[in-house]
Design a protein. Structure first.
Length: 374
């Protein structure tokens, strides 16, 4: 029963599809800014971390495969894939070996089965050269591709999504019960610990699956939203925004629009780690070296979402499916996000954004060579 519930929840986590006013494609300018910063870092990192000779010898067939895990529906995924391909072409151009003159590329786009892949593939340029495309629907917390078939993995603004809500925060008899809160902001330490532990399990599952799929010497580029080591999540723009969304649901429950029981059983399956937590999880996996981990320099959230309405649309594009799955027709989405816009307009993190921090990590991992595996 629990497995069915977990699968059902995960399938509702897909971003809003299409190209309409509430779609992810139209309301992901912040993520696009993050991705653009990540592309600059990839261009810088590839020449210093990639061993082309080892990579080519580990794969005699001159096909380089690149996968985006958690691609969603927008153009940023295609741009990321094409940036990596162009970097590889630039690196291999001076090399005389014949296998580099005939090299081909395959792009693999992964997201949940409910993702709007049609929207993503409609953005592909028909005149693109030297790379072929395919989709790999499914959760990136498990295996998706054949053994040792992948050379590069990329994931941007996806790994903070958990495979499920930690079960103990839904248990009223547990010290980690989260009550009316929908997130771990302002929650007891037990709740934060449950979220952190779930994130650790999920990232380990992601890395273990990729370790089987990625060839020796292959790379993973991860772009992960997080928080500074010494800053509590309520001091971040993301954390404060999610806390406000929860207060809107409580208000609706107090006026009888939705049930209090439904609010108490709803929690967002997301976690924003610190750099220390990221390093700890990766270090527990014996198949990857950390080549680099650093913070990205990119426009802050208040620049991308310059009005309360834009921030409301951004959250709606990400959470509408999850909210409707849990509350059903009982929840009036328009009412919820109207209330949210009004609260954001009066909130300290919108009126004084300089007092709230947000951070994004850029991480490069290299698959250890087989003789180094333990």
């Amino acid at each position: 029963m629990e497995d069915e519930r977990t699968i059902s929840i995960s399938e509702s986590m897909a971003m809003n599809g299409g190209n309409g006013p509430h779609s992810y494609a139209q309301n992901s300018s912040y993520q696009k800014g993050v991705a653009a910063a990540a592309m600059r870092m990839i261009k810088e990192a590839l020449p210093t971390t990639l061993d082309l000779n080892h990579l080519s010898s580990s794969s005699p067939n001159p096909i380089i495969r690149i996968a985006d895990f958690g691609c969603s529906t927008g153009l940023t995924s295609i741009q990321a894939i094409e940036t990596i391909i162009q970097c590889l072409l630039d690196l291999t151009k001076p090399i005389k070996q014949p296998q580099f003159r005939t090299i081909e590329f395959q792009a693999i786009f992964n997201d949940l089965p409910t993702n709007d892949f049609n929207m993503l593939f409609a953005n592909l340029q028909p005149e693109r050269q030297r790379y072929y495309t395919t989709a790999a629907p499914g959760s990136f917390h498990g295996r998706l591709l054949p053994t040792a078939s992948l050379h590069f993995a990329y994931s941007s603004y996806a790994l903070h999504w958990l495979s499920c809500v930690p079960q103990e925060i839904l248990d009223k008899s547990s010290r980690a019960w989260n009550g009316e809160r929908i997130y771990y902001v302002s929650s007891p330490a037990e709740v934060i610990g449950a979220y952190s532990a779930q994130f650790g399990r999920d990232l380990e599952a992601f890395l273990s699956a990729r370790a089987e799929e990625i060839v020796s010497g292959g790379l993973i580029f991860m772009v992960v939203p997080g928080e500074p080591d010494l800053v509590h999540d309520s001091q971040t723009t993301i954390g404060s925004g999610l806390e406000l969304l929860g207060s809107c649901l409580v208000d609706m429950a107090n006026t009888g629009i939705i049930s209090k029981a439904k609010v108490e059983s709803f929690n967002l399956p997301m976690y924003f780690p610190s750099e220390k937590e990221l390093k700890q999880v990766v270090s527990r996996n014996r198949f990857f070296h950390i080549e680099r981990i650093q913070t990205l320099s990119h426009p802050k959230m208040q620049v991308a979402f310059s009005t309360p309405e834009l921030l409301s649309l951004g959250l709606r594009a990400a959470f509408e499916g999850l909210l409707l799955h849990h509350f059903g027709d009982e929840l009036i989405i328009e009412d919820l996000f109207h209330r949210y816009s009004l609260k954001v307009a009066k909130s300290p993190f919108f009126l004084k954004p300089e007092s709230h921090e947000s951070i994004t990590f850029f991480v490069v991992l290299k698959r250890k060579k087989s003789e180094e595996d333990m």
